[in-house]
Design a protein around this ligand. Structure first.
Ligand SMILES: CC(C)(COP(=O)(O)OP(=O)(O)OC[C@H]1O[C@@H](n2cnc3c(N)ncnc32)[C@H](O)[C@@H]1OP(=O)(O)O)[C@@H](O)C(=O)NCCC(=O)NCCS
Length: 179
């Protein structure tokens, strides 16, 4: 599904476009970027990435935005997945800031705040959830700061670079959300 353009304090979120595929390919081929992601870019190529973006735009259960700085630089993407707007009113949120020089400067936090506002005020969701690997300190801090609570841990849930990793499950409820 194609979402609206959202404005934060440091970021502008615009619906993901096929013409941005090269940036995504570049980021997903960088093992430092994919260290904490499920995706591994080894088998990815431009044709596949373009197809992935086309399918995302058509998928009714997803809204994915590209993250832009106020200066107009494309630095990553963020998305709502498994959108359940009718019955359970929940979604799973994800993010990647692919431009490493933009890590640790508040872009992730501002992106999350902007998407949460959209989730709770416009989509009227009751719950947003995510999963994060224990070694992803920046991610865990960012999500906690924005109101997510640790709800549990799936032990040795993901095979990543030859090792089984735990997944921490975090969630935020509508009644806990403070704008
Ligand atoms: C994880 C990610 C979204 C965080 O976004 P960010 O813009 O880099 O983080 P922020 O600047 O908003 O910082 C969030 C918090 O983490 C802290 N932090 C940032 N980088 C850190 C690091 N390398 N080590 C420890 N803490 C760090 C910040 O200080 C801040 O906490 P504070 O407000 O208490 O000071 C981003 O780094 C990213 O996309 N990384 C690669 C892909 C990824 O891991 N995606 C998430 C998968 S769950």
């Amino acid at each position: 599904m194609i979402g609206p353009i959202l404005k934060g304090e440091k970021v502008i979120l615009k619906p993901i476009k096929v013409s941005e595929a090269e940036n995504f390919l570049h980021w997903f081929k960088d093992s430092k970027v994919t260290r904490f992601l499920r995706v591994e870019g080894k088998d990815l190529n431009l044709k596949k990435e373009r197809k992935i973006i086309k399918n995302i735009r058509k998928n009714k259960n997803k809204i994915v935005w590209s993250i832009y700085t106020m200066g107009g630089l494309h630095i990553g993407d963020t998305g709502l997945h498994d959108l359940d707007l009718k019955r359970n009113k929940k979604a799973t949120w994800g993010i990647v800031i692919g431009e490493k020089s933009y890590w640790g400067q508040g872009y992730g936090t501002d992106t999350l705040k902007t998407v949460l506002k959209f989730c709770f005020t416009r989509l009227k969701l009751n719950r947003v959830e995510l999963s994060v690997y224990p070694l992803n300190i920046a991610g865990f801090k960012c999500y906690t700061k924005c109101g997510f609570k640790e709800e549990g841990r799936k032990r040795k849930s993901i095979m990543k670079r030859g090792k089984y990793l735990d997944e921490i499950i975090m969630g935020i409820l509508r009644k806990e959300y403070k704008n």
